[in-house]
Design a binder for this molecule. Structure first.
Ligand code: NDP
Ligand code: HSE
Length: 441
Protein backbone atom coordinates (compact mmCIF):
# COMPACT_ATOMS: atom_id res chain seq x y z
CA UNK A 1 0.00 0.00 0.00
CA UNK A 2 1.20 3.53 -0.76
CA UNK A 3 3.04 5.09 2.24
CA UNK A 4 1.30 7.84 4.21
CA UNK A 5 2.95 11.14 3.29
CA UNK A 6 3.76 13.42 6.22
CA UNK A 7 4.73 17.09 6.02
CA UNK A 8 6.64 18.45 9.01
CA UNK A 9 6.32 22.08 10.04
CA UNK A 10 9.43 22.67 12.18
CA UNK A 11 12.53 20.55 12.60
CA UNK A 12 13.91 21.49 16.01
CA UNK A 13 14.10 19.35 19.15
CA UNK A 14 10.83 17.51 18.48
CA UNK A 15 10.71 17.59 14.67
CA UNK A 16 14.20 16.11 14.30
CA UNK A 17 13.34 13.51 16.96
CA UNK A 18 10.29 12.45 14.94
CA UNK A 19 12.38 12.01 11.80
CA UNK A 20 14.95 9.96 13.72
CA UNK A 21 12.41 7.65 15.37
CA UNK A 22 10.48 7.14 12.11
CA UNK A 23 13.72 6.29 10.31
CA UNK A 24 15.08 3.99 13.03
CA UNK A 25 11.85 2.06 13.68
CA UNK A 26 10.37 2.27 10.16
CA UNK A 27 9.82 -1.44 9.81
CA UNK A 28 8.04 -1.96 13.17
CA UNK A 29 6.01 1.22 12.79
CA UNK A 30 4.87 0.11 9.34
CA UNK A 31 3.81 -3.26 10.74
CA UNK A 32 1.78 -1.53 13.43
CA UNK A 33 0.20 1.12 11.23
CA UNK A 34 -0.53 -1.18 8.30
CA UNK A 35 1.30 1.20 5.93
CA UNK A 36 4.70 2.87 5.83
CA UNK A 37 4.80 6.40 7.27
CA UNK A 38 7.09 8.65 5.28
CA UNK A 39 8.17 12.21 5.95
CA UNK A 40 8.32 13.75 2.51
CA UNK A 41 8.61 17.52 3.11
CA UNK A 42 9.88 19.66 5.97
CA UNK A 43 9.40 23.42 6.44
CA UNK A 44 11.88 25.38 8.55
CA UNK A 45 13.22 28.90 8.74
CA UNK A 46 16.89 27.93 8.56
CA UNK A 47 17.58 24.93 6.29
CA UNK A 48 21.28 24.56 7.19
CA UNK A 49 20.44 24.49 10.90
CA UNK A 50 17.72 21.89 10.29
CA UNK A 51 20.04 19.64 8.25
CA UNK A 52 22.51 19.68 11.13
CA UNK A 53 19.81 18.65 13.65
CA UNK A 54 19.81 14.97 12.62
CA UNK A 55 22.33 12.54 11.05
CA UNK A 56 22.73 12.69 7.27
CA UNK A 57 21.17 9.24 6.97
CA UNK A 58 17.95 10.75 8.37
CA UNK A 59 17.93 14.09 6.55
CA UNK A 60 19.17 13.08 3.10
CA UNK A 61 15.77 11.91 1.83
CA UNK A 62 13.91 14.94 3.18
CA UNK A 63 12.88 17.87 0.99
CA UNK A 64 13.43 21.04 3.07
CA UNK A 65 11.69 24.28 2.23
CA UNK A 66 11.15 27.71 3.76
CA UNK A 67 7.64 27.79 2.36
CA UNK A 68 5.34 26.59 5.19
CA UNK A 69 2.19 27.20 3.15
CA UNK A 70 3.48 24.96 0.33
CA UNK A 71 3.29 21.98 2.71
CA UNK A 72 -0.22 22.55 4.00
CA UNK A 73 -1.39 23.15 0.41
CA UNK A 74 0.48 20.16 -1.08
CA UNK A 75 -2.13 17.66 -2.38
CA UNK A 76 0.38 14.81 -1.89
CA UNK A 77 0.64 15.39 1.88
CA UNK A 78 -1.83 13.29 3.91
CA UNK A 79 -0.87 14.40 7.43
CA UNK A 80 0.61 17.71 8.56
CA UNK A 81 2.74 17.50 11.67
CA UNK A 82 2.94 20.90 13.38
CA UNK A 83 6.10 21.01 15.52
CA UNK A 84 7.04 24.66 15.25
CA UNK A 85 5.32 26.13 18.31
CA UNK A 86 3.72 29.54 18.76
CA UNK A 87 0.07 30.45 18.40
CA UNK A 88 -0.01 32.77 15.38
CA UNK A 89 1.53 31.25 12.25
CA UNK A 90 0.96 27.75 13.66
CA UNK A 91 -2.77 28.49 14.07
CA UNK A 92 -3.07 29.86 10.55
CA UNK A 93 -1.26 26.86 9.07
CA UNK A 94 -3.21 24.34 11.10
CA UNK A 95 -6.57 25.80 10.12
CA UNK A 96 -5.46 25.89 6.49
CA UNK A 97 -4.32 22.26 6.61
CA UNK A 98 -7.70 21.29 8.09
CA UNK A 99 -9.55 23.31 5.45
CA UNK A 100 -7.51 21.39 2.86
CA UNK A 101 -8.84 18.13 4.36
CA UNK A 102 -5.57 17.06 5.98
CA UNK A 103 -5.19 15.33 9.31
CA UNK A 104 -2.95 17.15 11.75
CA UNK A 105 -0.63 15.95 14.51
CA UNK A 106 0.69 18.56 16.92
CA UNK A 107 2.74 18.91 20.11
CA UNK A 108 1.65 22.53 20.53
CA UNK A 109 -0.19 22.78 23.85
CA UNK A 110 -0.17 26.58 23.88
CA UNK A 111 -1.99 26.67 20.56
CA UNK A 112 -4.58 24.09 21.66
CA UNK A 113 -5.18 25.68 25.07
CA UNK A 114 -5.75 29.08 23.46
CA UNK A 115 -7.44 28.14 20.17
CA UNK A 116 -8.39 24.47 20.62
CA UNK A 117 -12.15 25.10 20.55
CA UNK A 118 -11.87 26.77 17.15
CA UNK A 119 -9.41 24.19 15.81
CA UNK A 120 -11.39 21.12 16.91
CA UNK A 121 -14.65 22.61 15.62
CA UNK A 122 -12.99 23.15 12.24
CA UNK A 123 -11.59 19.60 12.26
CA UNK A 124 -14.98 18.14 13.22
CA UNK A 125 -16.73 20.06 10.44
CA UNK A 126 -14.18 18.84 7.92
CA UNK A 127 -14.13 15.23 9.22
CA UNK A 128 -10.38 15.23 9.94
CA UNK A 129 -8.43 14.36 13.07
CA UNK A 130 -6.23 16.69 15.10
CA UNK A 131 -4.08 14.43 17.28
CA UNK A 132 -2.13 15.88 20.21
CA UNK A 133 -0.71 13.18 22.49
CA UNK A 134 2.67 14.96 22.59
CA UNK A 135 1.10 18.19 23.80
CA UNK A 136 0.72 16.91 27.38
CA UNK A 137 3.42 15.24 29.47
CA UNK A 138 5.82 14.47 26.62
CA UNK A 139 6.11 10.73 26.07
CA UNK A 140 3.42 9.65 28.56
CA UNK A 141 0.29 8.42 26.73
CA UNK A 142 -2.02 10.32 29.08
CA UNK A 143 -4.35 11.60 26.35
CA UNK A 144 -5.04 8.06 25.19
CA UNK A 145 -5.49 6.89 28.79
CA UNK A 146 -8.03 9.62 29.56
CA UNK A 147 -9.89 9.39 26.28
CA UNK A 148 -9.98 5.63 25.89
CA UNK A 149 -8.58 3.60 28.80
CA UNK A 150 -10.60 5.46 31.45
CA UNK A 151 -13.74 5.97 29.36
CA UNK A 152 -15.87 4.02 31.86
CA UNK A 153 -15.11 6.42 34.72
CA UNK A 154 -16.46 9.62 36.09
CA UNK A 155 -13.16 11.45 36.57
CA UNK A 156 -13.05 13.20 39.97
CA UNK A 157 -9.68 14.89 39.77
CA UNK A 158 -6.35 14.96 38.03
CA UNK A 159 -3.08 16.10 39.59
CA UNK A 160 0.09 16.19 37.58
CA UNK A 161 3.69 17.24 37.37
CA UNK A 162 3.32 18.34 33.78
CA UNK A 163 6.25 20.65 33.20
CA UNK A 164 9.59 18.88 32.89
CA UNK A 165 11.69 22.03 33.00
CA UNK A 166 10.36 23.26 36.35
CA UNK A 167 10.55 19.76 37.86
CA UNK A 168 14.15 19.50 36.64
CA UNK A 169 14.95 22.89 38.21
CA UNK A 170 13.32 22.04 41.57
CA UNK A 171 15.11 18.68 41.70
CA UNK A 172 18.57 20.04 40.85
CA UNK A 173 18.14 22.90 43.34
CA UNK A 174 17.10 20.50 46.09
CA UNK A 175 19.59 17.69 45.42
CA UNK A 176 22.64 19.62 44.29
CA UNK A 177 22.02 23.09 45.69
CA UNK A 178 22.32 24.35 42.11
CA UNK A 179 21.39 27.94 41.28
CA UNK A 180 18.05 28.52 39.55
CA UNK A 181 19.56 30.31 36.53
CA UNK A 182 22.21 27.60 35.95
CA UNK A 183 19.67 24.77 35.97
CA UNK A 184 17.35 26.67 33.65
CA UNK A 185 20.26 27.14 31.20
CA UNK A 186 20.92 23.39 31.38
CA UNK A 187 17.22 22.63 30.71
CA UNK A 188 17.38 24.89 27.65
CA UNK A 189 20.52 23.13 26.42
CA UNK A 190 18.82 19.76 26.80
CA UNK A 191 15.85 20.95 24.68
CA UNK A 192 13.32 20.79 27.55
CA UNK A 193 12.40 24.46 27.83
CA UNK A 194 9.91 26.43 25.76
CA UNK A 195 11.14 29.07 23.31
CA UNK A 196 10.20 31.55 26.06
CA UNK A 197 11.22 29.75 29.29
CA UNK A 198 9.07 32.00 31.46
CA UNK A 199 6.25 29.78 30.16
CA UNK A 200 7.89 26.90 32.04
CA UNK A 201 8.84 28.61 35.27
CA UNK A 202 5.76 30.81 35.72
CA UNK A 203 3.27 27.98 35.17
CA UNK A 204 1.85 28.92 31.74
CA UNK A 205 3.01 25.71 30.06
CA UNK A 206 1.59 23.53 32.84
CA UNK A 207 -1.67 25.51 32.69
CA UNK A 208 -1.87 24.99 28.91
CA UNK A 209 -1.54 21.24 29.48
CA UNK A 210 -3.96 21.23 32.41
CA UNK A 211 -6.53 23.05 30.27
CA UNK A 212 -6.32 20.21 27.74
CA UNK A 213 -6.49 17.48 30.41
CA UNK A 214 -9.53 19.10 32.05
CA UNK A 215 -11.34 19.33 28.72
CA UNK A 216 -10.84 15.60 28.20
CA UNK A 217 -11.55 14.56 31.79
CA UNK A 218 -14.75 16.55 32.26
CA UNK A 219 -15.97 17.06 28.70
CA UNK A 220 -15.72 20.86 28.89
CA UNK A 221 -14.41 23.40 26.37
CA UNK A 222 -10.79 24.62 26.64
CA UNK A 223 -10.78 27.53 29.10
CA UNK A 224 -7.15 28.50 29.62
CA UNK A 225 -8.09 32.09 30.46
CA UNK A 226 -9.88 30.87 33.61
CA UNK A 227 -7.00 28.77 34.91
CA UNK A 228 -5.18 30.02 38.01
CA UNK A 229 -1.42 29.92 37.61
CA UNK A 230 1.54 30.52 39.85
CA UNK A 231 5.09 29.38 39.02
CA UNK A 232 8.20 28.35 40.92
CA UNK A 233 10.25 31.53 40.64
CA UNK A 234 9.27 32.83 44.09
CA UNK A 235 9.88 29.57 45.95
CA UNK A 236 12.59 29.88 48.59
CA UNK A 237 15.11 27.33 49.82
CA UNK A 238 13.69 27.81 53.34
CA UNK A 239 10.22 26.70 52.31
CA UNK A 240 11.60 23.70 50.43
CA UNK A 241 13.62 22.70 53.53
CA UNK A 242 10.74 23.25 56.01
CA UNK A 243 8.43 21.21 53.80
CA UNK A 244 10.96 18.36 53.86
CA UNK A 245 11.20 18.54 57.66
CA UNK A 246 7.42 18.14 57.84
CA UNK A 247 7.44 15.15 55.46
CA UNK A 248 6.48 16.91 52.23
CA UNK A 249 8.02 17.65 48.83
CA UNK A 250 7.17 20.77 46.87
CA UNK A 251 6.23 20.17 43.23
CA UNK A 252 4.70 22.40 40.58
CA UNK A 253 1.34 20.66 40.25
CA UNK A 254 -1.48 21.13 37.81
CA UNK A 255 -4.76 20.24 39.52
CA UNK A 256 -8.19 19.90 37.92
CA UNK A 257 -10.88 18.89 40.37
CA UNK A 258 -14.61 18.42 39.86
CA UNK A 259 -16.79 19.93 42.60
CA UNK A 260 -20.56 20.29 42.73
CA UNK A 261 -20.20 24.05 42.10
CA UNK A 262 -17.77 23.74 39.21
CA UNK A 263 -14.22 22.82 38.27
CA UNK A 264 -11.05 23.85 40.07
CA UNK A 265 -8.33 24.51 37.47
CA UNK A 266 -5.07 25.57 39.02
CA UNK A 267 -1.30 25.36 38.71
CA UNK A 268 0.92 26.25 41.67
CA UNK A 269 3.78 24.96 43.81
CA UNK A 270 2.20 22.32 46.05
CA UNK A 271 3.29 20.39 49.12
CA UNK A 272 2.73 16.64 48.62
CA UNK A 273 3.33 13.98 51.32
CA UNK A 274 6.74 12.47 50.71
CA UNK A 275 5.28 8.96 50.79
CA UNK A 276 3.24 9.53 47.62
CA UNK A 277 4.97 8.16 44.51
CA UNK A 278 4.36 11.39 42.65
CA UNK A 279 6.35 13.31 45.29
CA UNK A 280 9.38 11.25 44.23
CA UNK A 281 9.07 11.88 40.50
CA UNK A 282 12.17 13.95 39.85
CA UNK A 283 14.15 15.67 37.11
CA UNK A 284 12.53 15.95 33.70
CA UNK A 285 10.13 13.14 34.56
CA UNK A 286 6.42 13.97 34.59
CA UNK A 287 3.63 12.12 36.38
CA UNK A 288 -0.13 12.39 36.30
CA UNK A 289 -2.47 10.91 38.92
CA UNK A 290 -6.08 10.42 37.83
CA UNK A 291 -8.86 9.64 40.29
CA UNK A 292 -11.74 7.80 38.62
CA UNK A 293 -14.86 6.59 40.43
CA UNK A 294 -14.59 3.01 39.17
CA UNK A 295 -10.86 2.43 38.89
CA UNK A 296 -9.71 4.55 41.85
CA UNK A 297 -6.30 6.14 41.42
CA UNK A 298 -4.07 5.46 38.44
CA UNK A 299 -0.61 6.96 37.94
CA UNK A 300 1.18 7.61 34.66
CA UNK A 301 4.82 8.53 34.68
CA UNK A 302 7.62 9.04 32.17
CA UNK A 303 9.79 11.60 30.44
CA UNK A 304 7.87 14.83 30.09
CA UNK A 305 10.12 16.61 27.62
CA UNK A 306 13.03 16.07 25.26
CA UNK A 307 13.49 15.05 21.66
CA UNK A 308 12.75 11.35 21.40
CA UNK A 309 10.35 10.99 24.36
CA UNK A 310 8.16 13.64 22.72
CA UNK A 311 8.69 12.10 19.29
CA UNK A 312 7.42 8.82 20.75
CA UNK A 313 4.03 10.48 21.34
CA UNK A 314 4.00 12.25 17.97
CA UNK A 315 4.76 9.03 16.10
CA UNK A 316 2.09 7.15 18.09
CA UNK A 317 -0.39 9.76 16.84
CA UNK A 318 0.84 9.28 13.28
CA UNK A 319 0.21 5.54 13.65
CA UNK A 320 -3.26 6.21 15.09
CA UNK A 321 -4.15 8.61 12.29
CA UNK A 322 -2.88 6.13 9.69
CA UNK A 323 -5.00 3.37 11.21
CA UNK A 324 -8.15 5.50 11.26
CA UNK A 325 -7.78 7.02 7.80
CA UNK A 326 -10.46 4.75 6.45
CA UNK A 327 -12.77 5.01 9.50
CA UNK A 328 -16.00 6.99 9.25
CA UNK A 329 -15.28 10.41 10.89
CA UNK A 330 -18.47 10.16 12.99
CA UNK A 331 -17.16 7.01 14.65
CA UNK A 332 -13.60 8.01 15.45
CA UNK A 333 -12.52 8.65 19.04
CA UNK A 334 -13.84 12.19 19.69
CA UNK A 335 -11.24 14.92 20.16
CA UNK A 336 -12.49 15.89 23.65
CA UNK A 337 -13.23 12.29 24.70
CA UNK A 338 -16.94 13.24 24.85
CA UNK A 339 -19.10 13.64 21.75
CA UNK A 340 -18.93 17.24 20.45
CA UNK A 341 -22.64 17.90 21.18
CA UNK A 342 -22.30 16.52 24.73
CA UNK A 343 -19.93 19.06 26.26
CA UNK A 344 -20.75 20.27 29.76
CA UNK A 345 -21.09 23.91 30.84
CA UNK A 346 -19.75 23.34 34.39
CA UNK A 347 -18.06 26.63 35.34
CA UNK A 348 -14.37 27.00 36.21
CA UNK A 349 -14.17 28.21 39.82
CA UNK A 350 -12.12 31.29 40.76
CA UNK A 351 -9.08 30.57 42.96
CA UNK A 352 -10.86 32.16 45.97
CA UNK A 353 -13.38 29.28 45.85
CA UNK A 354 -10.73 26.56 45.81
CA UNK A 355 -10.66 24.20 48.79
CA UNK A 356 -7.33 22.72 49.80
CA UNK A 357 -4.88 22.52 52.71
CA UNK A 358 -2.20 25.15 53.24
CA UNK A 359 1.39 25.58 54.34
CA UNK A 360 1.84 28.97 56.02
CA UNK A 361 5.19 30.45 57.01
CA UNK A 362 5.02 33.44 59.32
CA UNK A 363 7.88 35.61 60.53
CA UNK A 364 6.98 36.44 64.15
CA UNK A 365 8.59 38.33 67.02
CA UNK A 366 9.51 35.84 69.72
CA UNK A 367 7.11 37.19 72.36
CA UNK A 368 4.43 35.65 74.60
CA UNK A 369 0.92 35.67 73.12
CA UNK A 370 1.95 35.52 69.46
CA UNK A 371 0.70 31.98 69.00
CA UNK A 372 -2.55 32.71 70.80
CA UNK A 373 -3.29 35.61 68.43
CA UNK A 374 -2.54 33.53 65.35
CA UNK A 375 -4.59 30.51 66.40
CA UNK A 376 -7.51 32.76 67.46
CA UNK A 377 -7.64 34.38 64.01
CA UNK A 378 -7.40 31.04 62.21
CA UNK A 379 -10.08 29.49 64.44
CA UNK A 380 -12.46 32.40 63.92
CA UNK A 381 -12.08 31.85 60.16
CA UNK A 382 -12.99 28.17 60.61
CA UNK A 383 -9.45 27.11 59.65
CA UNK A 384 -8.15 24.22 61.69
CA UNK A 385 -4.48 23.50 62.23
CA UNK A 386 -2.99 20.14 61.27
CA UNK A 387 0.63 20.69 62.32
CA UNK A 388 2.86 23.44 63.56
CA UNK A 389 6.62 24.00 63.69
CA UNK A 390 8.36 26.84 65.48
CA UNK A 391 12.05 27.38 64.84
CA UNK A 392 14.50 28.68 67.42
CA UNK A 393 15.58 32.25 66.62
CA UNK A 394 19.06 32.49 65.12
CA UNK A 395 21.67 33.91 67.51
CA UNK A 396 21.00 37.60 68.17
CA UNK A 397 17.70 37.48 66.20
CA UNK A 398 14.30 38.36 67.66
CA UNK A 399 12.26 36.98 64.77
CA UNK A 400 11.38 33.32 64.34
CA UNK A 401 9.83 31.30 61.55
CA UNK A 402 6.52 29.65 62.46
CA UNK A 403 5.24 27.05 60.02
CA UNK A 404 1.59 25.99 60.14
CA UNK A 405 -0.09 23.28 58.09
CA UNK A 406 -3.87 23.60 57.92
CA UNK A 407 -6.64 21.15 57.20
CA UNK A 408 -8.75 21.77 54.09
CA UNK A 409 -10.20 25.28 53.99
CA UNK A 410 -11.62 27.65 51.40
CA UNK A 411 -8.95 29.93 49.90
CA UNK A 412 -11.00 33.10 50.47
CA UNK A 413 -11.21 32.37 54.23
CA UNK A 414 -7.48 31.70 54.41
CA UNK A 415 -6.74 34.97 52.61
CA UNK A 416 -8.98 36.89 55.05
CA UNK A 417 -7.25 35.30 58.03
CA UNK A 418 -3.80 36.03 56.62
CA UNK A 419 -4.73 39.68 56.04
CA UNK A 420 -5.63 39.92 59.77
CA UNK A 421 -2.50 38.05 60.86
CA UNK A 422 -0.29 40.35 58.79
CA UNK A 423 -1.77 43.31 60.71
CA UNK A 424 -0.59 41.94 64.07
CA UNK A 425 2.26 44.04 65.52
CA UNK A 426 4.12 40.80 66.32
CA UNK A 427 4.19 39.63 62.69
CA UNK A 428 6.86 40.80 60.28
CA UNK A 429 6.14 41.11 56.54
CA UNK A 430 3.91 38.96 54.36
CA UNK A 431 2.94 35.40 55.25
CA UNK A 432 4.20 32.80 52.75
CA UNK A 433 1.26 30.68 51.61
CA UNK A 434 1.67 27.44 49.65
CA UNK A 435 -1.08 24.97 48.88
CA UNK A 436 -0.88 21.37 50.09
CA UNK A 437 -2.59 18.33 48.57
CA UNK A 438 -2.70 14.95 50.26
CA UNK A 439 -3.85 13.27 47.03
CA UNK A 440 -5.38 10.47 49.07
CA UNK A 441 -8.95 10.49 47.78
P1 NDP B 1 12.43 24.13 18.61
O1 NDP B 1 12.63 25.58 18.86
O2 NDP B 1 13.53 23.20 18.92
O3 NDP B 1 12.06 23.92 17.08
C1 NDP B 1 11.07 24.69 16.45
C2 NDP B 1 11.16 24.48 14.93
O4 NDP B 1 10.14 25.24 14.31
C3 NDP B 1 12.46 24.95 14.33
O5 NDP B 1 12.72 24.19 13.16
C4 NDP B 1 12.15 26.39 13.94
O6 NDP B 1 12.91 26.83 12.87
C5 NDP B 1 10.70 26.30 13.54
N1 NDP B 1 9.94 27.51 13.87
C6 NDP B 1 9.64 27.94 15.10
N2 NDP B 1 8.88 29.06 15.02
C7 NDP B 1 8.73 29.33 13.74
C8 NDP B 1 8.07 30.37 13.03
N3 NDP B 1 7.40 31.34 13.63
N4 NDP B 1 8.14 30.37 11.70
C9 NDP B 1 8.81 29.41 11.08
N5 NDP B 1 9.45 28.40 11.69
C10 NDP B 1 9.41 28.35 13.01
O7 NDP B 1 11.10 23.72 19.36
P2 NDP B 1 10.70 22.30 19.94
O8 NDP B 1 10.97 21.26 18.93
O9 NDP B 1 11.27 22.15 21.29
O10 NDP B 1 9.13 22.48 20.14
C11 NDP B 1 8.23 22.38 19.07
C12 NDP B 1 6.81 22.28 19.62
O11 NDP B 1 6.72 21.12 20.43
C13 NDP B 1 6.39 23.45 20.53
O12 NDP B 1 5.02 23.68 20.36
C14 NDP B 1 6.68 22.91 21.93
O13 NDP B 1 5.87 23.54 22.90
C15 NDP B 1 6.28 21.47 21.74
N6 NDP B 1 6.86 20.52 22.67
C16 NDP B 1 8.19 20.52 22.91
C17 NDP B 1 8.74 19.59 23.75
C18 NDP B 1 10.19 19.55 24.05
O14 NDP B 1 10.61 18.73 24.89
N7 NDP B 1 11.02 20.37 23.41
C19 NDP B 1 7.91 18.56 24.40
C20 NDP B 1 6.50 18.64 24.07
C21 NDP B 1 6.02 19.59 23.23
P3 NDP B 1 14.35 27.51 13.06
O15 NDP B 1 15.12 26.62 13.99
O16 NDP B 1 14.89 27.54 11.70
O17 NDP B 1 14.08 28.83 13.68
N1 HSE C 1 8.81 22.88 28.07
C1 HSE C 1 8.02 21.73 28.28
C2 HSE C 1 8.41 21.10 29.60
C3 HSE C 1 8.21 20.75 27.15
O1 HSE C 1 9.46 21.43 30.14
O2 HSE C 1 7.66 20.29 30.11
C4 HSE C 1 7.29 19.57 27.22
O3 HSE C 1 5.98 19.95 26.98
Amino acid sequence: MKPIQVGLLGFGTVGSGVAKVLARNAEEIGRRAGRAIQVSRVAVRNIDKARAAAPAAVTEGLAFTNDFHAIVDDPNIDVVCELMGGATLARELMLRAIANGKHVVTANKALLALHGNEIFAAAHAKGVTVAFEAAVAGGIPIIKALREGLAANRIEWIAGIINGTSNFILTEMRDKGAAFADVLAEAQKLGYAEADPTFDIEGHDAAHKLTILAALAFGIPMQFEKAYLEGISKLTREDIAYAEQLGYRIKLLGIARRRAEGIELRVHPTLIPYKRIIANVDGVMNAVVVQGDAVGQTLYSGRGAGSEPTASAVVADLVDVTRTLTADPGHRVPHFAFQPDQLSDLPILPISEVETSYYLRLRAHDRPGVMADITRILASGGISIDAMLQKEPAEGEQIVDIIILTHVAKEARVNDALAQIEQLPTISGKVTKLRLENLDK
